[in-house]
Design a protein around this ligand. Structure first.
Ligand code: ADP
Ligand code: MG
Ligand code: ZN
Length: 626
């Protein structure tokens, strides 16, 4: 995410300007060419047709006029006759070639000697003819010019192609990025780590004196939206050294070898400006495990990666003071060579923020947003477990937009509450009209989830039930973990399956009918059960071992296929175990609901009227036996 505040310098600043000028000139030249030829053509046409406005008459009429003595002068130019009458009007006419005007006059009985018409004969090779010839060449000149222009353009294109090898890194100079460590909240240790690295660059002597080697690379690792890019930009803002920023994907281009040449160019620039920092965002785009690409070791990415490795080794011997910061959310797929000591030997791990950090991040993003008194940001962060920094920024922004739409001048509690739901599930669909039966089923289903969560001590507690439809959901129930940082026990995971199936169980128990609404719940339940058995070794029969290897497809980083590293007979045991987990969980949720059917019915009635039940009201309702 690049804010428009950023003042970015392009490496090729001069070149870009030059080529821009050139193309301006070319364009202007082209315009001049058109204007000039238009003017030229106009002049020509007016010259060769000086009396184009005058009337055209036939030869016979001309001769009659001469005979009547109305003509003062006739100018003969080849076949063209220009007649100037005594009253001043002009005519023109054309005769056949091969016969002169005098002969024509004689033929029609006019004696040229007696007639007072002045006959002027101008040669064919006069200006007019010359212009005529030129005029007929004009289109050729024009198109010639056009072709020349197009050839030049094409050449410019070729020059651009050759410029591909230049790195596209943007150079941020000190404090121009506008982001500083103050803008990054809730990552204190990580900031200290990075600040130390900046110090390495600014005062290397301090460390070298003690025999310490300046670290070469820092890898920022963390899920999307946790502030990796932001943190790197803050380093740019804090460091008093040049900062080059490029995204991994910018190395990958249409032509093979471009990536490697860009890397060379980037490091070349960096070496000239040492000490400096290079930031490679999303390095997994090029840093993928070598040998996994199609086409063996000649994959474009691999060449690029090899070049990065070579360059990183290179500036050790050169004594250059350069630190590379790279960011990725997929450290698992990076080539081990990148991670060995001497390359990206330091790792800064950013994680989804905990409650305290969330409060800090909310504080940062609430700056410049008027908030109603009594809104507690730490309460807000309590309600948003699992939100990344980007989600929180989004939440703040959504709330402000909502408050503005509601024509308030301060952001209030209900704006925040609605925005949390929006960020999680999408905007409410108020206009959607549902049948009474659907509303009843939805309410039953959601209260089923909530009730199971409430009754099971190991399960997360429900904080909100709603039958307002959002996105694909007809309704939803939100839970909050009691302790979001703790490790999960087997009991908790089992309880989660029970809660997930609580919706379907309620449908079956109360309405005696099951619906399609529970498909996502079952998917989740199955996923939890499978991971419990295959990844966490929580099966009594199979014991503590993992099963299946996750595999990446080469080009689609997201798509995960599973490699079987177990036998067919084991596969059927896994299936059995999953089935066992799910069936017993379903039985459990059905019995929970059967035993508390009155509570459920009460809450359902309340929910149908109120659409949403939240917080303490919900806890109270779920605990009251009528
Ligand atoms: P990443 O690169 O890790 O995917 P970004 O650095 O692009 O994430 O973060 C996206 C946005 O989320 C940032 O621009 C910022 O507004 C917000 N954000 C993320 N983490 C933090 C944080 N720790 N403090 C403040 N804002 C944050
Ligand atoms: Mg990023
Ligand atoms: Zn459900």
């Amino acid at each position: 995410m690049i804010k428009s505040k950023y003042i970015a310098f392009d490496f090729r600043l001069n070149e870009v300007k030059m080529s821009k000028k050139k193309s301006n000139f070319q364009k202007n030249g082209f315009v001049y060419l058109i204007i000039a030829s238009t003017i030229f053509a106009l002049i020509l046409s007016s010259l060769s047709n000086p009396f184009s406005a005058s009337t055209e008459i036939s030869v016979t009429e001309t001769l009659e006029m001469i005979a009547d003595g109305k003509v003062k002068e006739v100018v003969v130019q080849g076949e063209k006759l220009t007649i100037i009458a005594k009253d001043g009007s002009k005519y023109f006419s054309s005769k056949e070639s091969g016969i002169s005007l005098l002969e024509l006059m004689k033929d029609s009985g006019i004696d040229p000697l007696k007639n007072d018409a002045n006959i002027v004969v101008k040669g064919r090779s006069g200006w007019g003819t010359a212009f005529n010839i030129l005029f007929s060449f004009l289109p050729i000149i024009f198109f010639g010019g056009l072709i020349l222009f197009m050839m030049r353009q094409a050449q410019g294109g070729a020059n651009q192609t050759f410029g591909f090898g230049k790195s596209k890194a943007r150079k941020f100079t000190e404090n121009k990025s506008g982001v500083t460590f103050k803008d990054v909240a809730g990552v204190e240790e990580e900031k200290i780590e990075l600040a130390e690295i900046v110090e390495f660059l600014q005062e290397p002597a301090k460390f070298i004196k003690l025999g310490a080697k300046v670290p070469k690379g820092v890898l920022l690792v963390g899920p999307p939206g946790t502030g990796k890019t932001l943190l790197a930009k803050a380093v740019a803002g804090e460091a008093a050294v040049p900062f080059y920023s490029i995204s991994g994907s910018e190395f990958v281009e249409m032509f093979v070898g471009v990536g490697a040449s860009r890397v060379r160019d980037l490091f070349g620039q960096a070496k000239i400006n040492s000490p400096c920092i290079i930031f490679i965002d999303e390095i997994d785009a090029v840093g993928r495990h070598r040998g996994s690409g199609l086409g063996g070791g000649h994959d474009e990415r691999e060449q690029t990666l090899n070049q990065i490795l070579v360059e990183m080794d290179g500036f050790e011997s050169g004594g250059f003071n350069i630190i590379i910061i790279a960011a990725t959310n997929r450290p698992d797929i990076l080539d081990p060579a990148l991670l060995r000591p001497g390359r990206f030997d330091r790792r800064v791990v950013l994680d989804v923020p905990d409650m305290k950090s969330r409060t800090e991040i909310l504080k940062v993003h609430s700056q410049g947003k008027p908030i109603e008194d009594g809104v507690d940001l730490s309460k807000l962060s309590e309600q948003t477990p699992g939100f990344s920094g980007a989600d929180l920024a989004n939440l703040m922004n959504e709330s402000a937009i909502l408050a503005a739409r509601r024509k308030k001048d301060k952001i209030g509690h209900d704006d925040f509450a609605e925005s949390i739901d929006r960020v999680l599930a999408g905007p409410a669909k108020m206009s959607k009209i549902l049948s009474k039966q659907t509303i009843k089923v939805t309410a039953c289903h959601e209260v089923g989830h909530a009730l199971c969560g409430h009754l099971l001590p190991e399960a997360d507690s429900p904080v909100k039930v709603s039958i307002i439809s959002r996105g694909h959901m007809g309704g939803y129930t939100r839970f909050l973990p009691d302790d979001e940082t703790a490790l999960q026990t087997k009991k908790q995971l089992e309880a989660r399956i029970v809660v997930a199936l609580g919706g379907r169980a309620a449908e079956e128990v109360v309405l005696g009918e099951i619906t399609t609404g529970a498909s996502n719940d079952m998917e989740q339940a199955t996923k939890i059960a499978r991971t419990m058995i295959m990844k966490f070794g929580m099966s009594d029969i199979l014991g503590p071992r993992t099963m299946g290897k996750r595999e990446e497809t080469v080009f689609l980083g997201r798509e995960v296929s599973e490699q079987k590293d177990y036998s067919e007979s084991l596969a059927s045991v896994i299936d059995e175990e999953v089935k066992e987990l799910i069936t017993s969980a379903y039985e459990k949720s059905k019995s929970l609901i059967k035993d508390n059917i009155e509570i459920l019915n009460n809450v359902v009635d309340y929910l149908i009227i109120n659409e949403t039940i939240e917080g303490e009201t919900l806890t109270k309702l779920l605990s009251t036996q009528s």
